[in-house]
Design a protein around this ligand. Structure first.
Ligand code: ADP
Ligand code: MG
Length: 732
């Protein structure tokens, strides 16, 4: 009965209900009461008006009427027909069975009810009914056991609005309550919501969305209709149009904020103009010993264009491991130095900072460029003197970890800041070096190809250069998914490669197995919870199959010095096998290492595995990666890992990972600094996102502050949701 109460026929009288006002405390809304108040509060609904914006998370769709001949056992079906036979047996014994035959022009089906003798009162011969459920085949007839049955009057039209919203629930709230209350509120209040879109904008947006594979109402639905339809859909088409309106609005507000921010960066901040004149450009490029890939050439041009301007560059260079991002950074650094400015290069770890320092020193050998290094493991005096040199201009490039470089190093003349993010998405910090007056140009390198929707949202205020092409002469990368009994053969293969002069990585998800003890205790009797650990594998290898070789262990809990030493031994080829945790993930360049074994592969994200295996595709020899799972892997896990075996294109993998795991997995909400989406689904709504971005850019180009009266509501929403992001000061 609850459902019919909220059907469309109730609308007119619902609207007249005097009780519900915007600010009516939720407990006074009919159907709520003191009992359910707390539940609503927990959903964030204290007053009636707030309920409008708690959106259904899904919908139950009505089964489409199915002709009897089309019904399949095990597949939901429904039909409208008349009851032609009713028979009940076993009533006296208390174990009754009621059999009902329902017929229409397409045929007949049988309904069966066990121990529900009371149904004979309503399921009368001749009655018109809607039956829905999942039939099975019984003899030659389709049979529904305990289907849902609705009795219809002879002339009663079939209910049209049977799409039911599915609301998020909390303890003490039932779906039926929500379905009763929410449409009531929507009916009473949706017309009071202020419209943020002018008619012109609704028309413009509908036009822009027309190319997308979504149901577009033209113009876009008004907000009142959209909210009402969302809570009480008339049919699939109107629901889709309502959702589109709200998704578009949410994404447009975000994109407006990003477009305003991009614009503010160019107007509110200033940076030294460091122009790549033809002569400088040629001189810098001549330093590179190899021919640039087309993508590198493009990226350099983009960087040069950015740095020539009088406001800070804010550019992300993304490309797979080994795509040659460092060269782009070197170009920017040399350009800054040529203009007598300083540069800093920040790395996420000390190991990586040292590596950058080495690479730069090698690349710039014979030049007058003075390179400094700032590391946590240096003595206080050493650090102090490095900082003093940076302050009086004796150092041109300062390389170090992000932690050290944030601080207040009083650079003499800082013109460029390069941030090597590697696999991290922490671009939040990129503005930390800004201080009043003139800001440095900023270049962020990311070795994790970023899914398209992410570049349009999280990174939406950055310009992006993408390196897709690989430098020539790269070895082939083979990835295998291990099967039962492979271990021994695989170790033989690894040994063979080492005998040929190569080196090997072995990676495990944990440092020690004990780290899982807590959970292991809780999961009584479940031994499958064993996680491969670097320590255990190291012990196993030195005792067993690979004991002939020089093996080292590297993990995050070792002292910095020990870590550096282990790394150095491997880089110099003194050790042949390095067993480690994912600490090696970060940018280590050992071209001679061509074999990698990954244990517990199912515990890593695809992007991370891809990042890891990139370590063995750096030289000219083919790389070999074998993925072992701890649990044997569920079918879904195996499917996921197969993607890796099938492609080496990091961008494809990023998209797959994003589809499979969603944005939440890639970046914690805290880290993303982006308000959570209420209705938009970044995986599903990529096309709408693209359109919203384009429309936002057009609006901001034409009216940078959205100062036109017709944008006042929209502007207020942008400021309300993203005001913090727009105060450039900053984000961290
Ligand atoms: P990334 O930082 O993107 O992982 P690097 O910049 O470290 O990649 O480059 C990987 C290796 O490829 C380095 O040894 C670099 O010198 C080399 N390299 C870069 N660009 C080219 C190119 N166009 N041709 C040949 N080798 C290149
Ligand atoms: Mg790199």
């Amino acid at each position: 009965m609850a459902e019919t109460e909220s059907s469309t026929t109730d609308r007119p009288c619902e609207a007249d209900r005097p009780g519900i006002q915007w600010s009516t405390p939720i407990q006074y809304v009919p159907g709520v009461g003191a009992d359910r108040r707390d539940g609503f509060h927990r959903l964030g609904i204290r007053i009636a008006g707030q309920a409008l914006f708690v959106f259904p998370r899904a919908y139950e769709r009505p089964a489409i009427e199915t002709a009897v001949a089309q019904m399949r056992a095990g597949q939901p079906a429904s039909l409208v027909g008349r009851i032609t036979e009713v028979e009940i047996s076993g009533r006296a014994s208390g174990k009754s069975m009621l059999g009902v035959l329902v017929e229409n022009e397409s045929g007949a089906v049988r309904l069966v009810f066990f121990n529900q003798p009371f149904r004979v009162e309503t399921l009368l011969r001749g009655a018109r009914v809607i039956v829905s459920g999942t039939p099975r085949l019984a003899g030659f007839r389709m049979e529904f056991v305990h289907p849902a049955v609705t009795i219809l009057g002879d002339d009663e039209p079939l209910p049209t609005s049977r799409i039911l919203p599915v609301y998020p629930l909390v303890d003490g709230l039932k779906q039926t309550t929500m379905r009763r209350v929410m449409p009531r509120v929507a009916e009473a209040l949706s017309s009071q919501v202020e419209e943020a879109f002018s008619p012109a904008l609704r028309e413009l947006a509908a036009g822009a969305l027309a190319g997308e594979p979504v149901e577009v109402a033209r113009p876009l639905l008004d907000i009142g209709t959209a909210l009402r339809e969302l809570h009480q859909p008339t049919d699939a088409q109107s629901l889709a149009a309502a959702r589109l309106r709200l998704v578009f609005q949410e994404l447009l507000v975000l994109q407006l904020a990003l477009a305003m921010r991009r614009r503010k960066l160019t107007t509110d901040l200033s940076a030294p103009s460091l122009e790549p004149t033809a002569m400088l450009d040629a001189r810098i490029r001549n330093r590179f010993a190899f021919e640039l890939t087309g993508d590198q050439d493009n990226a350099m041009k983009e960087v040069g264009r950015d740095m020539a301007r009088q406001f800070p560059m804010n550019r992300l260079v993304q490309g797979d491991v080994g795509s040659g991002k460092t060269v782009i950074a070197q170009y920017a650094i040399l350009l800054a130095i040529a203009h007598r400015h300083q540069a800093v290069m920040m790395a996420p770890t000390e190991v990586l900072a040292r590596q950058h320092h080495r690479t730069l020193t090698k690349a710039l050998a014979g030049s007058r460029v003075r390179i400094g290094l700032l590391c946590g493991s240096m003595s206080a005096t050493e650090r102090g003197s490095t900082i003093a040199q940076a302050a009086n201009g004796e150092i041109d490039v300062l390389v170090g970890t992000q932690a050290l470089l944030y601080g207040d190093i009083p650079f003499a003349k800082l013109g460029l800041c390069v941030i090597d993010e590697q696999h991290k998405f922490g671009v939040q910090q990129r503005l930390a070096l800004r201080r009043g007056g003139v800001d440095p140009h900023c270049l962020v390198l990311s070795a994790t190809p970023i899914p398209r929707t992410m570049t349009m949202t999280m990174f939406g205020d950055l310009d992006v250069s993408t390196l897709k092409q690989k430098p020539p002469g790269r070895g082939v990368l083979n990835t295998y998914l291990s099967e039962d009994g492979w271990r021994e053969r695989w170790w033989q293969f690894v040994g063979q490669k080492i005998d040929e002069g190569r080196q090997a990585f072995v990676v495990a998800p944990r440092i020690e197995s004990e780290s899982l003890d807590n959970t292991a205790e809780n999961v009584a009797g479940e031994s499958s919870d064993e996680v491969s650990s670097a320590t255990a594998i190291y012990e196993e290898l030195i005792a067993g199959p690979l004991r002939r070789y020089r093996i080292d262990l590297l993990h995050g809990r070792m002292a910095t010095e020990a870590k550096n030493a282990a790394m150095q031994r491997f880089v110099q080829g003194r050790t042949q096998i390095l067993v480690s945790t994912t600490v090696i993930e970060v940018g280590i360049d050992v071209p001679n290492a061509t074999v990698m074994t990954i244990f517990g592969a199912e515990r890593f994200g695809l992007a991370q595995l891809h990042q890891l295996r990139g370590r063995v595709a750096r030289g000219s020899h083919p790389g070999h990666v074998c993925l072992f799972t701890d649990t044997g892997g569920s079918p879904e896990e195996i499917e996921r890992l197969k993607i890796l075996a099938d492609t080496t294109d990091g961008f494809e993998i990023a998209e797959a990972d994003f589809r499979l795991r969603g944005p939440g997995e890639l970046l914690g909400k805290k880290q993303s600094g982006m308000a959570a989406m209420r209705i938009a689904d970044l995986v599903r709504d990529e096309g709408i996102l693209r359109v919203a971005r384009q429309v936002a850019q057009e609006l901001i180009d034409a009216d940078p502050e959205l100062s036109d009266e017709s944008y006042s509501r929209l502007r207020a929403q942008v400021l309300h949701r993203y005001g913090e992001m727009l105060s450039l000061g900053d984000v961290a």
